[in-house]
Design a protein around this ligand. Structure first.
Ligand code: TEU
Ligand code: CA
Length: 558
């Protein structure tokens, strides 16, 4: 594996709508991000990935872009963005943007022109088909947000267009070389401006299996998940190699793919030395226990499942390249509420989960608020939820016969809005996020869980993450913690997640007791030093450790 400039860096995801509101309209914005750069720098962050802030009707919170070359006024201006670039550069930080090119917004001028003249140039930018009332649709694929992927083309009664996400997110037709050229031009425009790279949204969806065809239904609605079709589609790598050669590679840019459903053995072509992306997210943990039926049948993740998924990914990536490791993002519930068994979420267990994830091989990402130990919201009413995907899953649960109370409980557990509530900066009104009305409710825990009560406070979650980051970035441990292999240790021992990061000249043992009960563990060798410990003490007798419930330690071995 070739060494890369970003290998020893750490990254942080900003969801701009909920990060920090500078003008009190209730919506986070770019000047608000600039105000918090020192906070991020203090934490130790090098790379910030910012979810979309381009012009957008916000049907899917900015993942529906109506102008790729401009900033939506609610988020600020291009001058604000230029300031952000200057202010990050001054602090030796990098900005990574969100690249959303599987689809655009139905309010993008390309789509408007396609509606005006479906047979013209821009009609070919989308998937538009003839269709008459009463006829079957071209295929029975279900959109990710529910319902068929087809809708009537606005202004027409005999034409339909394809959208694998929301109907306000028409899919771009990547088979058309003109679409690809326009996308590359736009990517290069931002790279030339000074951004360091991109997180690439929903990218495996750009290659459809054509011609359109029906697949076996996986629910009573007679439809089949679009993701099933992707398993059959061949050739996405041809588009993505072309994109990388024309954009990222000449700029030596960083790219991290939101890759689901990759083919087995595809990893070298994705994140290998000549891969089309620098890195891709490891979603093995986030997809645990997901079902075809929907959230209402999804079971909680056990510590054993979590461990197996992490170790599986570490093994798959091996020496091929770096995965990007997360416990949550803006599409997931809060990691501490999702992976820690119900009732056990506390400072020790949160620190353990963060530590176990952070010391894995790969590029660690923190999602905003994770460093404060933010938890799920526990929504009390469906009206508190804004997210389209959650509202769809709520309906799916009701249709399956669940009572409204049960359905709410289910979606409350998995809702994307859990991670999208505004960041509490202090314990004042609205957590100091805004003096206006926040666009989404604050997490009711904000009086206790907020930045002001943690920054500089010994033992806080923030200081814990700061310490994890400092350790990972300490050049003295680069051999083990950046480039060392991940060797699972005692993987059969139940609810113990331990692994050795094995460098050429250095061995670091990471241990988490993933349960409320204490347990003992035999050491593989002698301990040189205790690098981190989430509790005050560590008790050892001979070669055996007596770990407290949710104890987490990092040990340098001789
Ligand atoms: O997500 C892509 C994706 O695969 C989603 O279906 C994800 O599984 C879903 O959010 C779970 O509810 C990306 C973005 O991260 C997401 O926020 C967008 O909504 C989506 O693309 C469309 O752009
Ligand atoms: Ca604002």
């Amino acid at each position: 594996m070739k060494k890369q400039w970003w290998h020893n860096k750490v990254a942080y995801q900003i969801y701009p709508k909920s990060f920090n509101d500078s003008n009190d309209d209730g919506i986070g914005d770019i000047p608000g991000i600039i105000q918090k750069l020192d906070y991020l720098k203090d934490l130790g962050i090098d790379i910030i990935w910012i979810s979309p802030f381009y012009c957008s009707p916000l049907a899917d919170q900015g993942y529906d872009i109506s102008d790729y070359y401009n900033i939506d006024p609610v988020f600020g201006t291009m001058d604000d963005f230029d300031d952000l670039l200057a202010e990050t550069a001054r602090r030796d930080m990098h900005v990574v943007l969100d690249l959303v090119v599987n689809h655009c917004s139905d309010e993008h001028e390309w789509f408007k022109k396609a509606c005006q003249d479906p047979d013209g140039r821009y009609g070919k930018y989308f998937y538009i088909e003839d269709w008459h009332e009463g006829e079957p649709l071209p295929c029975n694929w279900r959109s990710y947000f529910g319902g068929p992927v087809w809708d009537l083309l606005p202004g027409h009664t005999d034409k339909i267009y394809l959208h694998v996400f929301h109907k306000k997110q028409p899919d771009l037709n990547w088979e058309n070389p003109e679409v690809r050229e326009d996308v590359y031009k736009m990517i290069n425009w931002w790279l030339d401006k000074g951004v360091s790279g991109f997180r690439i949204d929903a990218i495996m969806n750009i290659k459809k299996k054509l011609p359109f065809y029906n697949m076996p239904a996986d629910r009573e609605d007679g439809m089949c998940a679009t993701s099933k079709m992707l398993e059959e589609a061949e050739g996405v790598d041809i588009f993505l190699n072309e994109m990388a050669d024309r954009t990222f590679k000449p700029h030596n840019a960083f790219s991290v793919g939101e890759v689901f459903n990759e083919k087995p053995d595809a990893l070298p072509s994705i994140i290998g030395d000549d891969g089309y992306f620098s890195s891709m997210f490891d979603f093995a943990e986030t997809i645990l226990n997901k079902t075809d039926e929907g959230w209402y049948t999804q079971q909680p993740v056990t510590p054993e499942q979590y461990k197996e998924a992490c170790f599986g990914s570490q093994k798959r990536a091996g020496n091929i390249g770096f995965l990007s490791n997360i416990i949550e993002n803006h599409d997931e519930p809060r990691g501490v509420s999702h992976y820690i068994p119900e009732g056990d979420c506390c400072d020790a267990s949160k620190k353990m989960l963060g530590g176990l994830n952070y010391m894995l091989r790969g590029l660690p990402f923190i999602y905003q608020g994770q460093e404060l130990g933010m938890e799920n919201v526990n929504f009390q009413d469906i009206s508190q939820i804004n997210d389209i995907s959650t509202l769809d899953e709520y309906q799916v649960a009701l249709d399956a016969g669940l009572s409204p109370e049960k359905a709410l409980k289910v979606v409350s557990h998995f809702s994307r809005d859990n991670a999208r509530t505004p960041i509490p900066w202090d314990d004042s009104e609205n957590g100091g996020f805004t003096k206006g009305t926040p666009w989404l409710m604050m997490n009711p825990t904000f009086k206790e869980i907020n930045a002001a009560s943690q920054v500089g406070v010994e033992g806080s979650m923030f200081e814990w993450y700061k310490e994890l980051i400092a350790l990972r970035k300490n050049p003295a441990y680069e051999d083990a913690l950046i480039y060392g292999e991940t060797v699972p240790y005692l993987p059969e021992q139940k609810n113990l997640m331990a692994y050795i990061r094995k460098g050429e000249n250095q061995k670091v043992l990471v241990i988490g007791n993933f349960q409320r009960e204490p347990q003992t563990m035999v050491l593989p060798g002698t301990v040189k030093s205790v690098l981190m410990n989430n509790l005050d003490q560590l008790s050892q007798t001979g070669d055996t450790l007596q770990l407290e419930g949710y104890q987490f330690v990092i040990l340098e071995l001789n």
